[in-house]
Design a protein around this ligand. Structure first.
Ligand code: C2E
Length: 354
């Protein structure tokens, strides 16, 4: 069921039934009735066989706790896509309308030109047979009237065409905003998971073609759960925003910084060597750990947060998922090694070989 159909269904005769079933199933699964979870469950109940429904089904059957991070991840992957496809449907309808206007304008222009041509042909005959000045004057008058008429019609058609051109360019600007929105993580304004997946895939393909280096880093906030439990989700969100702001500052094009899920981030470094990446990540760790955070509502000292990072460089013919896996292993090595540090996946290769 598309977003629009959900929107229609929750205002239609089956509205309360759908909402009730969603809440019942959330309660049965021990899922908090947050607005986001409720939206996800409306889609699940409305279309259990859809991609989102199937994914929720899979998470529940694995008996995994349905965390906020899981909800955000699902929303980024499926709801933004659904919204995007609804917007595309709207755009399609506007384009259709504008295209029929343009076709009508062209048809009207053709018939106006045809009528003018016929008037000219008649006038030409009349000129040949006109005997007196009076006859000629009458032909000239009718020609002048026909010219004026076609001129007026052409001006009106031009105005209609101009309106269509403006409508289409408004639509293009709106679609660009929607596309950016669908690719952006709402909390941090970094690229979201979907944008990350697409960017990494393209970057891997490009590096495979050009042979240029490509490095992927994954970064995770240390002891985030403890922080959240102590200070609450709102302060936890601020910490996520803080880490994101530091990552965003170093992620100048062609680098990409993304929120990968919950408190985990990813950075793509196209064309950069592992040594440069290691320097950048060490700098990030240092900067994040150096800031004394304050709880804005009470001015409580929150202390500092640290992050751990791991990175891996693309190998020949390596799939993006394998690259992520190696960067993840390097991240976990940083966690095991005491956190607030950066690990190069090549070190793990050495350890495995030894
Ligand atoms: P934000 O609250 O929207 O702040 C955006 C930027 O405004 C900050 O970027 C910083 O440059 C400036 N700013 C806002 N409030 C203050 C302030 O009280 N003192 C100073 N010196 N500058 C301020 P920045 O530092 O990169 O932080 C990005 C986001 O990270 C912030 O967004 C906020 O969500 C979070 N954050 C950073 N530091 C703290 C903190 O100490 N406590 C809390 N609760 N959140 C923080």
């Amino acid at each position: 069921m598309s977003n629009r159909r959900i929107e229609t269904a929750i205002r239609g005769p089956q509205a309360y039934e759908l909402a009730r079933r969603a809440l019942e199933q959330m309660q049965a699964a021990g899922v908090w009735p947050t607005p986001l979870n409720f939206e996800l469950w409306l889609h699940y109940v409305g279309d259990p066989q859809g991609a989102l429904g199937q994914e929720i089904e899979r998470l529940l059957s694995n008996r995994q706790p349905f965390s906020e991070a899981a909800a955000e991840d699902l929303a980024a992957r499926y709801l933004s896509l659904t919204r995007l496809s609804d917007e595309i449907c709207d755009a399609g309808a506007v384009l259709n309308r504008e295209l029929s206007t343009v076709s009508q304008v062209i048809a009207d222009a053709q018939s106006s030109q045809k009528a003018y041509g016929e008037t000219l042909a008649v006038a030409s005959n009349q000129i040949e047979t006109a005997e007196a000045a009076d006859g000629l004057a009458s032909v000239v008058r009718s020609l002048s009237a026909a010219t004026e008429k076609v001129g007026g019609e052409t001006a009106a058609l031009e105005r209609r065409l101009e309106d269509s051109v403006q409508e289409v360019s408004r639509l293009r600007a709106h679609l660009e905003l929607v596309r950016r929105d669908a690719m952006t993580d709402a909390l941090t304004s970094l690229a979201n998971r979907k944008a990350f997946d697409e960017t990494l895939e393209q970057a891997c393909a490009e590096a495979g073609r050009s042979g240029a280096p490509l490095t992927l880093a994954v970064i995770d906030i240390d002891h985030f759960k403890r922080f959240n439990d102590t200070w609450g989700h709102q302060t936890g969100d601020q910490v996520i925003r803080y880490v994101a702001s530091v990552l965003g500052r170093i992620a100048k094009v062609p680098r990409t910084a993304a929120r990968y899920g919950g408190e985990e981030f990813a950075l793509i470094f196209p064309g950069e060597t592992p040594e440069v990446v290691a320097d950048a990540l060490n700098q990030v760790c240092k900067e994040i750990a150096s800031r004394q955070l304050r709880r804005r509502s009470t001015n409580h000292d929150l202390g500092t947060v640290t992050v751990s990072a791991g990175f891996a460089s693309l190998r020949a013919d390596e799939a993006p998922t394998a690259l992520i896996e190696r960067a993840d292993q390097a991240l976990y090595a940083s966690k095991r090694g005491g956190r607030n540090r950066v690990t190069d996946a090549r070190l793990l290769d050495g350890q495995q070989a030894a």
